[in-house]
Write a protein that binds this ligand. Structure first.
Ligand code: FCB
Length: 511
């Protein structure tokens, strides 16, 4: 049974977490629950009908990773400095009409030069994990061949400084900025890109692997293949279903090859991937909509996970487009990547329904994939228009836990865009962001209590930054960035998060 949003928002989750943690960690919270004590006997419930005392604080497991996330193109700037090659995002953002207000990531947050300031922010917010990405064209300007020593130095210094600050460097190897030279040679739809990726991974593992132990191979492969090759709203801006399908297969091959390359170079590395997930719910309980929701789940959540863990594609389509995807014999085994953890990026839920017969016949794509997907409408919306629905995080973590035999999970991203700016006193009072993270963290605590092995949470984002096609119009940061002066100011949410981290617990909710 699902909790209503209201019930969920009111929940304090103390009993569940208490059941999962050693006794003695808990304050004497009064909890009215019909499931108290049931957490151990039914560890993998889909959801629980539980009411919590919202005045309770919620402790997190010892050694929990409290982090924030960024991506190279979104923060670094210096797009052609020190030998960096052009990426598909440089090219895309420099193409008229692609990005809101003509914004580009040429300067972004200037982190290529201000990384020390950024680490100081992390220290102030008490983080013990920082998820950032490496710009492939900074390392290999044309996507293959020798390394660019200045690019290597930048990441090497960053990693050293993070370690010195006792912050885990959590490296994403690919967060959407493919070297343009590789796009010119065919991009992700071209199989050769997979072996170039593996070479790049091997290089990086050799350079940073003595100091970095936690890696994500890809960030949101479903998002960058779908929105970059089919919808055209992200780089490289293609709109072709065959390109999209082929790109997904190359990325799955690259995930396998990259995994092997990393493990061969650094056998003790912990390697995962960060998937853009969503709880896919049927619009109604009709059989067609239930099936549509399962197809939505397959394409959204499983398309890059089933290949890695089980060497197969999930059933998303009415028929499997094997020929269009150019799957060769032996490919399924090559996709294997027994991930050490599953990274979940989750912001909202998806409501799925089946198209009508007319819709199916009038769009080739809907014939292959007969699903309509929209965001939910019941919860409050962020400035991005995304519904705030913390239950989606709980449901997704529990489903992955159940369906993949209890894997280690990291929440690699979750966050919200609210464009609150400084008040007269220079404070950024983003209380809606505090509420967002409080509720999504409650969802995580709830899932841990119910048996999920979640090791960390990374708020998106450390600071306001370049939000892809939205340019600088959407602020996701827990730090405010004045893009004219590059001045950074920690928002109220950042100060709140710092306290959460310091106490390793969610404080009791006020009001
Ligand atoms: C995710 C991306 C991340 C950021 C957030 C808001 O899909 O991984 O780079 O843009 O959305």
């Amino acid at each position: 049974m699902r909790l209503t949003r209201r019930e969920f928002a009111q929940s304090g989750l103390a009993t569940g977490v208490a059941a999962a943690l050693p006794t003695g960690l808990f304050s004497a919270c009064s909890v009215s629950s019909n499931a108290a004590g049931a957490a151990n006997s039914a560890p993998l419930a889909t959801s629980r009908n539980m009411r919590f005392d919202s005045a309770c604080e919620i402790p997190f497991p010892k050694n929990f990773f409290w982090g924030m996330a960024t991506a190279a193109y979104q923060i670094e700037g210096s797009w052609k400095e020190d030998g960096k090659g052009e990426s598909i995002w440089d090219r895309f953002a420099h193409t008229l009409g692609k990005i809101k207000n003509g914004d580009t990531g040429d300067v972004a947050c200037h982190s290529y030069h201000r990384w020390q300031e950024d680490i100081a922010l992390m220290r102030t917010m008490n983080l013990n994990s920082y998820r950032f990405s490496i710009s492939w064209p900074r390392i290999q300007p044309s996507g293959s061949g020798p390394v660019n020593p200045k690019g290597v130095d930048y990441y090497s210094r960053l990693v050293d400084a993070l370690l010195e600050a006792r912050i885990r460097p959590f490296v994403t190897l690919y967060h959407w900025d493919l070297p343009q030279a590789l796009e010119d040679a065919g991009g992700w739809p071209d199989r050769d890109t997979a072996s170039h990726f593996a070479d790049y991974v091997e290089l990086i593992a050799g350079i940073l692997g003595d100091r970095v132990s936690d890696w994500t191979l890809f960030n949101e492969p479903a998002a960058f293949t779908y929105r970059g090759y089919l919808q055209g709203e992200l780089a490289p801006g293609r709109e072709n279903i065959v390109d999209f399908l082929r790109a997904t297969h190359t990325v799955n091959l690259a995930q396998g090859a990259g995994f092997r390359a990393l493990k061969a170079t650094r056998p003790s590395a912990r390697v995962g991937t960060a998937l853009s997930m969503s709880a896919c719910e049927p619009a109604t309980d009709s059989e067609e909509n239930e099936l549509a929701a399962e197809r939505a789940h397959a394409i959204t959540n499983l398309w890059f996970l089933e290949p890695a863990l089980n060497c197969r594609y999930p059933e998303a389509f009415t028929f499997f487009p094997e020929t269009a995807m150019r799957i060769k014999s032996g490919d399924l085994d090559k996709m294997k990547a027994p991930l050490d953890f599953i990274g979940i990026n989750l912001y909202y839920r998806t409501i799925a329904s089946a198209p009508t017969a007319i819709e199916r016949f009038s769009h080739a794509q809907q014939w292959l994939f007969p699903v309509k997907m929209v965001g939910g409408e019941q919860g409050p919306k962020t400035d991005m228009g995304w519904e705030v629905w913390p239950q989606a995080l709980y449901d997704t973590v529990m489903r992955i836990t159940r369906d993949f035999n209890h894997p280690v999970i990291e929440i690699t991203e979750s966050g919200c865009s609210y464009n609150d700016g400084p008040d007269a006193g220079g404070m950024i009072r983003d209380t809606r962001r505090i509420e967002y993270h409080r509720q999504y963290l409650q969802a995580v605590a709830h899932a841990i209590a119910d048996g999920a092995d979640v090791r960390g949470y990374h708020a998106w984002s450390l600071m306001d930054n370049f939000e892809w096609a939205e340019g600088f119009s959407q602020r996701f940061g827990l730090t405010y960035v004045d893009f004219k002066t590059q001045q950074r100011t920690i928002k109220e949410s950042g100060r709140w998060y710092a306290k959460v981290v310091a106490g390793n617990k969610l404080p009791a909710s006020v009001g």
